[in-house]
Unconditional design. Structure first.
Length: 322
């Protein structure tokens, strides 16, 4: 158990290194699902490893042995985990749990506030136009959600660009992209090593919306032009309006430090290239190596955490029989 329990704390590193290649090489929808689920799994497994270490130190206490009806001497003889290892693990686990709970509370509040603001916007249609010279366009999650566009953004885009922009924002709402972002951020909060995966999810949801817009418009180059024009317009006239925490815009999820605007050039280049296949193809697909590294990291973390928990259970059984 002693060595196995540490591996789930280190195995996120291969997935972190593979995050950007996967975001660039996999079809965006598949990449979003893969990266989000891997981030959540690795966060849970790393927290489980910390929990095993902390509990291994706790059962050394005489009071814990009395309450659990096991032999403290047998535990101390058979458990290689020392107090110097268990105490930091307990502190890290408490910090991770507190940070994750705090982040989840903030995200729920942001989503509720965004939904309330979407319901209070004027009109009954999904599209809301604000009289604001600062160019901006974003989607507000809600029931059913609203798309907010400023007059400044409408003036910066022509008719075809507007269609592409609206298709992009509709994709954010219909595909529930905020849920993927919130899940990835939750994992990164519980385990800061996973922040690159959360950043990659912020990119892949924008690529997902780009591809949906390209399908709706029937012209990938048109969507690329719309993204580029919107970025240039925003650069020339920075957005001054305070946006809700759950807003997703054409230029990215910009309300959180994990998801800064862009990277627009990578998105434009991807739109100007042929669409990626829905699944990797053997034997030459460049996505296979980072995909294998990520899957291997998750599988190895799960195996090591299970083996450590099994050994810990056997130790308690032996101590209880002593």
């Amino acid at each position: 158990m002693h060595l196995l329990v540490y591996l789930p704390l280190l195995l996120p590193l291969p997935a972190v290194l593979a995050a950007r290649p996967l975001a660039d090489r996999l079809e965006p929808r598949a990449a979003t699902w893969l990266l989000t689920l891997c981030a959540l799994a690795l966060a849970v497994l790393s927290c489980a490893a910390l929990g095993i270490l902390a509990t291994a130190g706790l059962i050394r206490l005489s009071l814990a042995a009395w309450a659990g009806h096991w032999s403290a001497a047998t535990v101390r003889a058979g458990d290689p985990v020392t107090w110097a290892e268990a105490a930091p693990a307990a502190v890290l686990l408490l910090v991770a749990a507190f940070a994750a709970a705090r982040m989840l509370t903030r995200r729920v509040r942001a989503l509720l506030a965004t939904s309330a603001e979407a319901a209070c916007l004027p009109g009954i249609d999904q599209l809301v136009i604000l009289d604001d010279p600062a160019p901006d366009a974003y989607a507000l999650p809600g029931l059913p959600g609203r798309i907010v566009v400023s007059t400044g953004m409408l003036h910066a885009l022509d008719h075809a660009d507007r269609d592409a922009m609206l298709a992009h924002e509709r994709a954010h709402l219909t595909c529930h992209h905020y849920a993927f972002l919130a899940a990835a951020q939750l994992a990164a909060t519980a385990n800061p090593l996973l922040r690159p995966l959360a950043t990659a999810v912020g990119y892949t949801v924008e690529r997902w919306a780009d591809e949906n817009a390209a399908t709706a418009c029937g012209d990938r180059r048109q969507v690329a032009r719309a993204v580029g024009k919107a970025a240039l317009a925003t650069t020339r006239t920075p957005v001054r309006r305070h946006l809700p925490g759950a807003a997703l815009g054409l230029l990215g999820f910009r309300r959180d430090p994990l998801h800064r605007a862009g990277p627009v050039p990578r998105r434009v280049a991807a739109l100007l290239a042929p669409p990626l296949p829905g699944r990797p193809t053997l034997p030459l697909d460049r996505s296979l190596i980072p995909l294998a590294a990520t899957a291997g990291a998750v599988a190895a973390s799960a195996l090591c955490a299970f083996a450590a928990a099994h050994d810990f259970h056997l130790l308690l059984e032996i101590a209880g029989a002593s």
